[in-house]
Design a protein around this ligand. Structure first.
Ligand code: UDX
Ligand code: ADP
Length: 471
């Protein structure tokens, strides 16, 4: 059997991964009909909104959706119709860390993957290539295959592929337009290879063939976890060094620059920070830890666990610096926190370091004023309530004020904390801010984005992560 020509694609899950990925596929492949389905009506309505008020913020995304929506890109809650019509189905549902049961706190919750897979089996009446797109533990494809084969109607044929997504939020569209690589894993049978070739030719519409890597199913699944674990490990390594810099008077910028000049190490992803966040790094490392433990490899599990622990330590160390510097107490003090998203150019707050910092400040009974250019107020309240299960929401609301500009946030505060590297924070009129702050005025830069010398000249006491004479 020759590889099928993919004419109709269905993507199950219209989230941060499925939405942008399949919108770009639709843009680049006008001859393929792409339907993105989701059970969440509000999300689908937002994707379909006439004024393009899309459910996620991603630079360049609106432009892609404007060009393709209604042409060959559709959003719908009719999951069954999407499945039935498609030759190829991406499964892009969420896989959060399990909150209870076996592997709680570590393993991925595969409930959503399983129900999407069961739906495919129940509804499909013609052969499908089913592509695992969500980051999943190794061997999930195997479980998907078992479910599909056990439940398929009249022996309908399914081929399973793993095609992990490497896009980073905030640069998703650029990453999708020009990926470092596209990874496709398949069984090494002829059918598996044919399915792989069918998906490869979809990407080949805009990705150079040499960047499309085809590997075994399990290698593909593990590569995604490995890539994220190694990226996160770089940040934890540089953050560990930032603590040494603060204690010794070295400057982590200079150290990272010097280290990154080694062509074997390279300059990217060596920025010290108050800690990595996002939906992937912690989740994927914990998955790897769980996998290693299940495979009876406790030393390997411990090795990776330390990457997450270093990240927790970095966040704690930073909030302690704030308390220590503000004369060992922040009770009753007013602190502005600039940034709530886990990184710039996204409205996503999952695992954001900002949430941990604000939680620590609230537990010290400080008053916090927050500003973020993209995160919605409701989202902030939800995240803070979740981070502080022992504090009633009314109490949180007494201590936290959400405002709509950085200048408003900074008004009459004792200290300003930079938690996200939004560009607009660099452009703040710091002289004006200083003029109306109580003195001494403190700035804590957890993202190394401000001009330290300039702020000091204005009169601020400035503490930048990774710069000694001890933070
Ligand atoms: C990451 C991977 O980069 C991507 O390939 C994968 O598909 C999903 O996970 P993402 O979480 O969207 O993407 O963002 P990323 O740019 O990797 O940043 C993650 C966190 O690390 C952010 O909080 C960021 O601020 C932080 N970070 C990044 C640093 O602290 N220092 C750095 O040098 C780089
Ligand atoms: P990710 O960051 O992995 O894209 P998101 O949470 O942003 O995760 O998106 C996952 C989407 O998948 C959600 O919008 C959710 O409603 C959707 N979803 C989960 N399970 C199913 C399912 N069985 N059928 C259709 N959509 C689903």
């Amino acid at each position: 059997m020759a590889p099928v020509q993919v004419k109709k694609i269905c993507c199950i899950g219209a989230g941060y991964v499925g939405g942008p990925t399949c919108a770009v596929i639709a843009l680049k492949c006008p001859h393929i009909q792409v339907t993105i389905v989701d059970l969440n009506q509000a999300r689908v309505d937002a994707w379909n909104s006439p004024d393009f008020n899309l459910p996620i913020y991603e630079p360049g995304l609106e432009d892609v959706v404007r060009q393709a929506r209604g042409r060959n890109l559709f959003f719908s809650t009719d999951v069954d119709k999407g499945i039935r019509e498609a030759d190829l189905i991406f499964v892009s549902v969420n896989t959060p860390t399990k909150k209870s049961g076996v592997g709680a706190g570590f393993a991925a919750d595969l409930n959503y993957v399983e129900s999407a897979t069961r739906r495919i089996a129940a509804v499909a009446t013609s052969p499908k290539i089913v592509v695992e797109k969500s980051t999943v533990p190794c061997r999930t494809a195997e479980s998907m295959r078992t479910i599909l084969e056990a439940n398929s109607k009249d022996g309908v044929r399914f081929d399973i592929l793993s095609n992990p997504e490497f896009l980073a939020e905030g640069t998703a569209i650029a990453d999708l337009f020009s990926p470092d690589r596209v990874l496709i894993g398949s069984l090494q049978s002829q059918e598996g290879k044919d399915a792989c070739a069918a998906l490869a030719s979809v990407y080949a519409n805009w990705v150079p063939r040499e960047r499309i890597l085809t590997v075994g199913l399990w290698s593909s699944e593990l590569s995604k976890l490995a890539a994220n674990a190694m990226l996160a490990q770089r940040i934890s390594s540089v953050n560990a060094l930032s603590a040494i810099c603060e204690a010794t008077g070295a400057n982590i910028d200079e150290v990272a620059h010097a280290v990154g000049f080694d062509s074997r190490i390279g300059p990217k992803f060596l920025r010290a920070s108050v800690g990595f966040g996002g939906s992937c790094f912690q989740k994927d490392i914990l998955n790897l830890v769980y996998l290693s433990e299940s495979l009876h490899l406790p030393q390997v599990a411990e090795y990776w666990r330390q990457v997450v622990e270093m990240n927790e330590y970095q966040k704690k160390r930073f909030s302690k610096t704030v308390v220590d510097t503000l004369f060992n107490t922040i009770t009753g003090k007013h602190i502005a926190v600039l940034g709530f998203a886990f990184k710039a150019d996204t409205g996503d707050t999952r695992e954001s370091a900002s949430i941990t910092l604000i939680r620590d400040f609230l537990l010290e009974r400080a008053y916090v004023t927050v500003y973020d250019p993209k995160v919605e107020e409701d989202q902030m309240w939800m995240d803070l309530a979740e981070a502080l299960p022992s504090m009633p929401l009314e109490q949180i609301k007494k201590q936290v004020t959400i405002v709509h500009s950085a200048l408003d946030a900074c008004k009459q505060k004792e200290a300003i904390v930079i938690a996200t590297e939004w560009k607009e924070f660099k452009e703040i009129d710091w002289e004006a801010v200083y003029a109306q702050m109580s003195k001494p005025a403190f700035v804590f830069d957890g993202r190394m984005i401000l001009d330290e010398a300039k702020l000091k000249k204005i009169g601020f006491t400035v503490k930048v992560i990774g710069r000694g004479d001890r933070l």
